[in-house]
Each structure stands twice: as structure tokens, then as C-alpha cells.
Design a protein around this ligand. Structure first.
Ligand code: HAM
Length: 438
């Protein structure tokens, strides 16, 4: 039986039962032609970072749960949002919620030479509340550098993310930077902040009160007004920085200025992952709601490799969300879906064997070619229905083969875009006669 959906217009008013099996909440299919844009995004990213010496790291989607637990006990992504399971071998594993920990685990496992510069792309999983720009399965591109703590490396990393947005054509992106100091600075600051927050506990939001005990730093990026009020008069990270951390941050800002990258210093930028020390940064989009405004972010995580069982090794990197960045692209009307890329559509009313040979020759010559297929035993697609499909395909020309053409050893070439008519050409030299410029 031919499988055909009822025409959309004819079922508009009818009740159509939703299929029983659908994607889970927060997960979705990316269909063609949109999916081509996703692939192009990754290609653009690779074209920005590979010339800067970054190699492609492909790591598993599923890892021992310990890999992600080392990210930190106060990290929601790990404690509240992780997809965990016990596999058939009894191993406790998790779907990766991010890829920095995977890169560090790979570094410890394979011991590459340093500095190790890698980039990656692919899906991550977090059990979050789905909304615009927030999914349970979402894609990132990112990069990590292990084995160098030079502040100009932070600058290189930040600049490469900035360059990606420029290549995509996005204009409404703001770069926020901050420092959380050395680990000791971070703990002293965190303790001072906790004391301030505990002293004003009653004035905090309910969520805020819970956060104080788990990770006081996270209050800094709270959007709730009660918390924001308590934060007025809270201690400032700048007063807790060691000379080394302050100098590092100064050098990062000098480097960003030298590259002409506009930067806003944001002392409240702590970010959601627990492993950051010294530099943190975020690229914020101007068109998404405040909860989803982060298009990407990253920072230094100088202790993570050690936490995963490796030698003391500094690290810096970022990850950028595809889902969100593409929403921002749509909002700004840039980096649109690719147009269908067909050169030729072959129409064959003689049974299909001619189309089989022709499409194969066209493809071997490097052209993008498609054809009509029958659906249903003995069905012969009419000229009219094949031409309709040719028009819909977006191809530049149709090559038409009927019984007359087979008898005469010719093929008809019809320009589809400008309606400039059709002409018969000899079958053997048809490719030489194609005019695909129009
Ligand atoms: P992150 O801030 O958790 O950092 O995620 C980076 C980006 O991934 C976000 O800015 C956002 O665009 C996207 N993203 C995160 N969660 C979701 C979601 N539920 N739905 C859609 N997009 C989302 C990291 O993942 C760190 N590993 C970044 C890093 C690399 N730091 C150092 N190296």
C-alpha cells in the first residue's frame, strides 16, 4: 500500500489522533532542511578552531558516573539533573551533562602531550524544565586546553568563541568576564559571603535560603529581587583576590582589549559548574529571556584533572549551546536554513531505468541529482506528478525522458527556475549541455 498522509488542508478541521510514540519532553527531532544548518554550524566552528591548533575529540555519550561527580557536589547539573542508570553489567553510568569532565577524563586516560588543545561537538543531557532555549537533550560545541595557565591562553579561548559569533553574523552578543580567584581566594570569599547571607537569611527568597547552605556563590547570579537586595552590601570578590589571581585577571583584560573585544566585567558571574577558579566568562545573547540569555560560557578549571586522578594540570575552555545560539540567529535574522541544494531532478515516464542510469551518471560527475520513485506495485508516476515533485525539489533543471526521447536518443532539459522553456539534447552529452548557473 502506498503510504501517504492526508493533505494537511483536508484534515485541518478533522480530529487527527496524535501518534502514540513521540519524542520525550525536552527532546526533539531536527529535520531536514533545518538539520543541514546544525551540521553547517559545527563546520563553521571547526573552521574557526582547527586553524588555531585544536584537534577534534570524540568522547562517549555515556561515562562512569564518577567522571561527572568530580565536577562538584554543589553543582545542580550533577546532583539534580543527571540522567543516571545502572547498565546490564551493573555499572553505574550517566549520560554526559557536559563535556569538560569527559575531556579531562580522556586526558588522564591517554596522557597526551601538553598543551592539549581539543574541540568537540554533540549532545548533552540534563533533566531540566523544558522551555524556549532550554531542552533536556541539547547540543554544544566547545573546546578545552589542558596544561597551560597563561592568561593569554584564556584570551585566545575567549576570542575564538567571539569569532564564531562574528562568523555566524550575530551582533547582539555581550561578553561578560569575571574572576573567582585562586581556590583559596574562592573559599575565603565564599565563607565571607555565606556569613553575610546568613546574617540576612530572613530577607532571602525561599530558594535563596536553600542555596546559602549548599553553595553561597550561586546566590550571586540569582534573578530574584529579595536576593538581589541582600546582595547589596555583600563582600566583593575583588577584595579577596591574591596577587597572582588579580594579575592573571588584569592580563586577561589587557589581552581582550588588545584584540578589540568589548568586555563587561561582571563580579556576579559565577556560572553553574563548581570547578571554576580564576577566569569565568559568558557570552550573552540580547534576544533571549534572561533565564536563557547565556549562549555559551566557560572558564578555568585548574583542579579538575587532579580531581579525576591526573597530575596537577591547569585547564580552560568553553561550551556554546547550538539550540540557543540558533534561536538567537533566528531572532536576528542571520545564519538562516540552507536552501535545498539540488542541481538536477530527473523525470522518467518510461519505467525508471533511464532515471536510474542518468542520476548515477550525474552524481558521478559531482552534481546533486534526485529523481521520482514509484510507490505501489505496478504504479507508473505520471509526467504531471513527477514534474510537480521536480518543482518542489528546488532543483535548477529537470531532465525529462519519455518514450519519444528514448526512441530519438535524446533528453529534454527544462529550466525550472526561470521558465525559459525546454530543449532536446543528445543523451550521451547531456551533462555538457546543462546550464546550472540560472
Ligand atoms: P554550561 O554553562 O553549563 O557550561 O553550558 C554551556 C552552554 O550550553 C550554555 O550557555 C547554553 O547555551 C547551553 N546549555 C546548557 N544547558 C542547556 C539546556 N538545558 N538547553 C539548551 N542549551 C543548554 C558547560 O557546559 C561547561 N562544560 C562549559 C565549559 C567548558 N567550561 C569550561 N570548559
Amino acid at each position: 500500500m502506498p503510504s501517504t498522509w492526508p493533505e494537511r488542508s483536508s484534515v485541518a478541521s478533522a480530529v487527527v489522533a496524535a501518534p502514540e510514540l513521540q519524542t520525550s519532553p525536552g527532546m526533539r527531532d531536527i529535520l531536514p532542511p533545518e538539520s543541514a544548518r546544525w551540521r553547517r554550524f559545527v563546520e563553521v566552528f571547526a573552521s574557526v578552531v582547527e586553524p588555531a591548533g585544536y584537534g577534534h575529540l570524540i568522547s562517549p555519550l555515556l561515562e562512569d558516573i564518577g567522571v561527572f561527580q568530580r565536577v562538584g557536589e554543589a553543582t545542580d547539573v550533577v546532583t539534580k539533573e543527571m540522567y543516571e542508570l545502572v547498565d546490564r553489567g551493573g555499572r553505574h553510568v550517566a549520560l554526559r551533562p557536559e563535556q569538560t569532565a569527559s575531556a579531562c577524563r580522556a586526558f588522564v586516560q591517554h596522557r597526551p602531550l601538553t598543551p592539549w588543545k581539543v574541540w568537540y561537538s554533540g549532545p548533552n543531557f540534563r533533566y531540566e524544565k523544558p522551555q524556549r532555549g532550554r531542552f533536556r537533550q541539547f547540543d554544544q560545541v566547545g573546546l578545552e586546553v589542558l596544561g597551560a595557565d597563561d592568561p593569554y591562553l584564556d584570551v585566545e579561548v575567549i576570542a575564538l568563541g567571539w569569532e564564531l559569533y562574528r562568523r555566524l553574523g550575530l551582533r547582539q552578543v555581550e561578553l561578560l568576564v569575571n574572576t573567582l580567584g585562586e581556590p583559596a581566594d574562592r573559599s575565603r570569599y565564599s565563607e565571607a559571603l555565606r556569613e553575610h547571607l546568613v546574617a540576612h537569611r530572613d530577607a532571602l527568597s525561599d530558594e535563596g535560603r536553600l542555596t546559602v547552605d549548599r553553595n553561597p556563590l550561586r546566590i550571586l547570579d540569582s534573578k530574584r529581587q529579595e536576593d538581589r537586595d541582600v546582595l547589596t552590601g555583600a563582600p566583593d570578590i575583588a577584595d579577596f583576590l591574591s596577587t597572582g589571581a588579580a594579575d592573571h585577571f588584569d592580563a586577561v583584560q589587557v589581552g581582550l582589549r588588545a584584540l578589540g573585544i568589548p568586555t563587561t566585567v561582571s563580579p556576579s558571574l559565577v556560572r553553574g559548574l563548581d570547578y571554576y577558579v580564576r577566569t569565568t566568562f559568558e557570552y550573552q545573547g540580547g534576544t533571549l529571556g534572561s533565564a536563557q540569555s547565556a549562549l555559551g560560557g566557560g572558564g578555568r578549571y585548574d583542579g579538575l584533572v587532579e580531581a579525576l586522578g591526573g597530575p596537577p594540570t591547569p585547564g580552560v575552555g568553553f561550551a556554546l549551546g547550538l539550540d540557543r545560539t540558533l534561536v538567537a540567529c533566528d531572532d536576528e535574522g542571520v545564519f538562516g536554513p540552507a536552501v535545498a541544494g539540488l542541481d538536477v531532478f530527473v523525470v522518467d515516464t518510461t519505467g525508471g531505468a533511464e532515471a536510474l542510469a542518468l542520476t548515477s551518471e550525474l552524481r558521478a560527475a559531482g552534481l546533486h541529482a534526485d529523481r521520482a520513485f514509484a510507490n505501489g506495485a505496478g504504479e507508473q508516476r505520471s509526467m504531471k506528478s513527477q514534474m510537480k515533485q521536480a518543482d518542489r525539489s528546488g532543483a535548477t533543471v529537470a531532465l525529462i525522458v519519455g518514450t519519444d526521447e528514448v526512441a530519438a536518443g535524446t533528453v529534454l532539459i527544462r529550466q525550472l527556475r526561470d521558465g525559459s522553456g525546454q530543449r532536446a539534447v543528445p543523451r550521451p552529452s547531456v551533462i555538457d549541455h546543462l546550464d546550472l548557473a540560472r
